[in-house]
Structure formats: C-alpha cells, structure tokens
Design a protein around this ligand. Structure first.
Ligand SMILES: [Zn+2]
Length: 167
C-alpha cells in the first residue's frame, strides 16, 4: 500500500498544526481518542481550540473539529472572515467533521496524519473504524471553495496514536 505524499508547510501553518497536535496529546491524557483542532483567523487570532472529548462525555460526535466549530457559534464571526480562517486538525477530518467544516464556512483546512495512515493504528474493531469517504470528497461537493492541505507533519501527528488503539 502506498500513502499520499506529505506536504511541506510554511512556518505559520507548521506552528498552528503543532498546536492542534498538542491538543491531541491532551485529549489522550484525559481518556479520549488523541485528536486536536485549532481555528485561526487570517490575522492570526486563535478563534477556537478543542480536543476530542468523546471518551469523557460518551458523545460520539465529540470530535475535535466539531467541538472547535461549535465554539465559533458564541463569537458571531462574519461569514467572509470565516472564509479566510483556517482549521488545523491533528488528523484528516472524518466525514462528519468535514460536513461541520462545510457548514461553518471556514475556507481552509490543514491536517496532520491522513485517514489511510491512521487506519493502520485503528485496527479492525467496529468501534474504531472510520467511514472511507475522504474530506476532499466532501469539500469537493461544496458550492464554496474549501482549500485542503495535508497530510503534513505526519510523524509528529502520529506520535499520540502509538498505543492508543486496541490491537
Ligand atoms: Zn470527526
């Protein structure tokens, strides 16, 4: 099996993706799947930071990207500003989170480890498998443009997953 080539990031994207990866470690320490997400405005303001909290809450929709997108609701950010914002995720957004990103109007996504590489860690347990529809397929169906960059910083993004899933 061959994996898609890793993308090189500039200093700014690398810095914020690493922030999302830090949240993925925080998630795991608190008994959740190791995923983190950060939303950053065009001017560099951090609009939201979140981690997957499904393990703590029992809410299967508590993915990092969903939790981050939900935080935007209280801030009343104009749609054109969100179109220029970037969501950084420690891993490729799943189909549910890709849908949430679409509804948020965020125009740019940068992610760490991609879904095919992550499946090696997820194993075959029913509760660990993901739906095999890529975020690019979801974004490609959007009437507004959603730029998508990844996989990137794969080794750093994968570190939190080592030993985190059942064999
Ligand atoms: Zn998700």
């Amino acid at each position: 099996m061959s994996f898609s080539e890793e993308k090189q990031l500039d200093e700014r994207d690398g810095r914020y993706l690493r922030k999302a990866i830090v949240w993925s470690h925080a998630a795991r320490r608190r008994g959740n799947r190791p995923f983190g997400a950060v939303i950053v405005s065009e001017s560099g303001e951090i609009l939201a930071e979140a981690y997957c909290n499904s393990g703590e809450t029992g809410d299967c929709t508590g993915h990092a990207e969903i939790n981050a997108v939900r935080m935007l609701g209280a801030r009343q950010i104009p749609r054109d500003e969100l179109a220029r914002a970037t969501l950084y995720s420690s891993a490729e957004p799943c189909v549910m989170c890709a849908g949430a990103i679409f509804w948020s109007a965020i125009g740019r996504v940068v992610y760490g480890v991609d879904a095919p590489r992550l499946r090696v860690f997820r194993g075959d347990h029913a509760d660990q498998r993901d739906a095999q529809l890529s975020c690019r397929e979801v974004f490609g169906a959007s009437p507004h443009a959603i730029e998508c960059i990844g996989p990137a910083l794969v080794d750093e993004a994968l570190a939190a997953h080592i030993g985190a899933w059942k064999e």
